[in-house]
Design a protein around this ligand. Structure first.
Ligand SMILES: O=C(O)CCC(=O)C(=O)O
Length: 284
């Protein structure tokens, strides 16, 4: 549980470090699982009947800087699926979203290899989710390495979650000018990016409208992390939008996402974490 002061800090800044949520052994298991999923993909892919992620992509390889992005690795790996039910993650999400009903929207691995890990340009999350309304979800981002300025940590602009949708301006900033983002907002004097280091096994929370991004990893250390994007119980489907998860949503326009089915499990019900499914207690 977060303290009132932490919730107030998140309400003010749109980002918060939540502390350690997984131990070293679990981090090791998750790293091995990530290696396995990437190796399976690289060796020709998953068989149709094999549990698999929704999407695996490599960004920026041609330009010489790479980010592996994997959507819904939890569907391929029980170790990752267990993260969805961790009380120290989902209780704070419920507190920060100010909602007693929480569902997973999707997860996303962000893996920047050593030496040539790419830039994740400035953005807000919610504008990339046009199949959902309202724009209220909160993300839990869990580090699988110590992540700091040397290996491509995120940067946040505190307070920016209250400024509305600025995705076009953020996207217009060239990745090479990552640290110059304030120049894109000459009318404001409060665009003050701060580095956002997160230790291995710790969770960080950010609001879906907070300006954030991460610079390159030129260090000799990997930068592995998983973002868990959540929805609140008032999320509804917007049929006109596009998103890789849309193919799993067999709903009419404006229908509640709580009816969206098995790809979007509920993890907090009536303010309490949903117990971990029994099959996940034993599996690797
Ligand atoms: O991991 C990163 O560098 C960026 C993550 C991100 O944009 C997110 O979790 O919303």
């Amino acid at each position: 549980m977060l303290s009132k002061a932490q919730v107030a800090e998140f309400d003010r800044n749109g980002c918060l470090i939540g502390g350690r949520v997984i131990g070293d052994d679990e981090v090791e298991t998750l790293r091995r699982e990530l290696d396995r999923v990437i190796a399976t993909h690289s060796a020709g892919g998953f068989a149709d009947d094999q549990p698999q992620p929704v999407m695996i992509s490599k960004w920026g390889e041609k330009e010489g800087s790479l980010i592996w992005q994997i959507v819904n690795i939890w569907e391929a790996s029980p170790a990752f699926e267990r993260l969805l039910y961790l009380a120290p993650v989902v209780e704070p999400i419920s507190q920060l979203a100010h909602h007693g009903e929480i569902q997973i929207w999707h997860d996303q691995i962000q893996f920047k290899p050593p030496h040539h890990g790419g830039i994740n340009n400035w953005h807000q999350d919610a504008p990339y989710w046009p199949v959902l309304k309202p724009e209220t979800p909160v993300t839990a981002w869990i580090a699988l390495d110590d992540v700091d300025e040397s290996n491509g940590c995120m940067w946040m602009v505190p307070g920016s979650h209250k400024w509305g949708n600025h995705i076009k301006t953020l996207e217009s900033n060239a990745p090479a000018d990552f640290f110059e983002i304030a120049k894109k907002f000459p009318e404001r004097d409060d665009v003050k990016p701060i580095p956002w280091p997160v230790k291995k096994g710790e969770v960080s929370f950010h609001h879906s409208m907070t300006f954030h991004g991460s610079h390159a990893n030129t260090s000799d250390r990997a930068r592995r992390a998983i973002a868990l994007h959540f929805m609140t119980g008032d999320a509804r489907f917007v049929k006109s939008g596009e998103h890789p998860m849309k193919k799993f949503i067999a709903l009419e326009d404006d229908a509640p996402m709580r009816d969206a089915g098995e790809h979007f499990p509920q993890v907090v019900r009536a303010g309490k974490p949903v117990p971990m499914p029994a099959r996940l207690n034993k599996s690797k």
